[in-house]
Write a protein that binds this ligand. Structure first.
Ligand SMILES: *Cc1c(COP(=O)(O)O)cnc(C)c1O
Length: 408
């Protein structure tokens, strides 16, 4: 048997079934209308934000990177819970605008921003995190034509990266941000051009469970911000320190130590150099805020045996859960936390592989896991489905279409 990932805290068992926010899996499916479906728990998202607020110094703002989960009701919920929103496309800009979020709280990073996206963002008053000096030229030109003072920050490609990070976003040659050594000149140039200077965005990596590495990378980020602000010769209004906090997906993964991370950031804030004394700092996070608060429910439609191996075939799959099947940036396929939701309190009785309904060998939700005996009609749950699920999977692949989503 291969181990399954750790089930996140906060889920309960009612009459033998998995329950979210006090509602049984079968009731959630009935409310959603059909399987497959994503269920996101408002209570778990609120809990995560309040744990963060308690652990982090009050001076630190918390931003939500909406690419993790842009579902409209989640944006509406986050409007009252976070300080800012990070977007990465004109499409995401429309989503946050539709959710009624104040553009002054939005910043837009991402390589390859097109002219029409820049125009929309400048017109809306969104802060643009510039990814290159070429992008700065285009932004300044468009802003002049529009007669609007653009709010500009520079995304810095740091000269270090976050160790233990699932996705490296800094250090060495990167498509993201401006190399640190070129930042002061560019900053001076856009300040001279009359832009509303917002500061730096320094994002060193994502999905790290190594608290010491996160602390280390944040200390390096503050050091780099101080050096660059000195060299620029202007006070730094804002500095986005990135995020990087990961969530446990796989067997043996442990959660980050939020208290330790908060303490070290508070310590660093006590000792800030003069050039950063008035700076407004923020962390930007996606999966840490919503990942563990979401589940994916799918129903078993077939049970079969091939060469001695039991397969449970479900009505969902990689078209909604690319990451859980190991096809979204993982090197070695390991099992996510997966369980039989309709027999949530039953003991392990057999080894089975749970596969999706797509006609490709890539569509494996759990490989040789230990489960209670499950049959056609039973519900399978994939945990850690709140981030990079519905919007990060190829819903149109093989014609199955998107899953239902609900916030409860
Ligand atoms: C993807 C991304 C995030 C969110 O990463 P998570 O691992 O979901 O927290 C934050 N900032 C930037 C710039 C990103 O590209």
């Amino acid at each position: 048997m291969k181990p399954l990932g750790p089930i996140p805290p906060g889920f309960t068992n009612i009459e033998g079934e998995l329950a979210v926010s006090g509602r049984k899996a079968s009731a959630l499916v009935a409310a959603g209308g059909s399987t497959p479906l994503f269920v996101y728990s408002e209570q778990l998202i609120r809990r995560r934000l309040s744990a963060l607020r308690q652990a982090m110094p009050g001076r630190l703002s918390l931003n939500y990177a909406i690419k993790a989960n842009p579902f409209a009701p989640i944006l509406g919920l986050m409007d009252g819970l976070v300080d800012g929103f990070d977007i990465a496309s004109g499409g995401e800009l429309s989503l946050v605008q539709a959710a009624g979020i104040n553009p002054a709280r939005i910043s837009f990073a991402g390589p390859g921003k097109r002219d029409f996206e820049l125009e929309l963002a400048i017109s809306a008053g969104v802060t643009l995190n510039l990814e290159s000096s070429g992008e700065a030229d285009r932004v300044l030109g468009i802003a002049e034509q529009l007669g609007i003072t653009p709010r500009l920050a520079i995304r810095v490609n740091p000269d270090f990266d976050l160790k233990g990070s699932g996705m490296k976003m800094g250090g060495g040659a990167k498509p993201f941000g401006v190399d640190a050594d070129q930042v002061p000149d560019l900053a001076r140039r856009i300040i001279q051009a009359g832009a509303d200077w917002r500061g730096f965005h320094i994002f060193a990596g994502s999905q790290s469970l190594d608290s010491e590495a996160i602390v280390q990378s944040q200390a390096e980020t503050l050091g780099l911000a101080a050096r660059l602000a000195e060299a620029t010769g202007h006070a730094l209004p804002q500095c986005n320190l990135g995020g990087g906090l990961g969530i446990p997906y796989f067997p043996g993964d442990l959660p980050v130590d939020l208290i330790l991370i908060g303490q070290r950031i508070a310590d660093a804030f006590e000792k800030l150099p003069d050039v950063l004394k008035a700076t407004r700092f923020c962390l930007e996070m996606g999966r840490y805020l919503v990942g563990e608060a979401g589940i994916y429910l799918t129903r078993i439609v077939d049970r079969k045996c091939s060469h001695g191996e039991t397969f449970l075939v479900v009505d969902g799959g990689l078209h909604h859960q690319l990451a859980a099947t190991g096809n979204f940036g993982t090197v070695i396929r390991r099992n996510y936390p997966v369980a039989i939701a309709s027999r949530f309190d039953a003991l392990v009785e057999e080894e089975a592989s749970i596969v999706g309904c797509l006609c490709t060998p890539l569509d494996r939700i759990a490989e040789k896991g230990g489960f209670p005996r499950a049959d056609i009609g039973d519900l399978v749950v994939v945990f850690c489905a709140g981030a990079y699920g519905a919007s990060a999977s190829p819903a149109q692949f093989l014609g199955h279409g998107p899953a239902v989503e609900m916030l409860v």
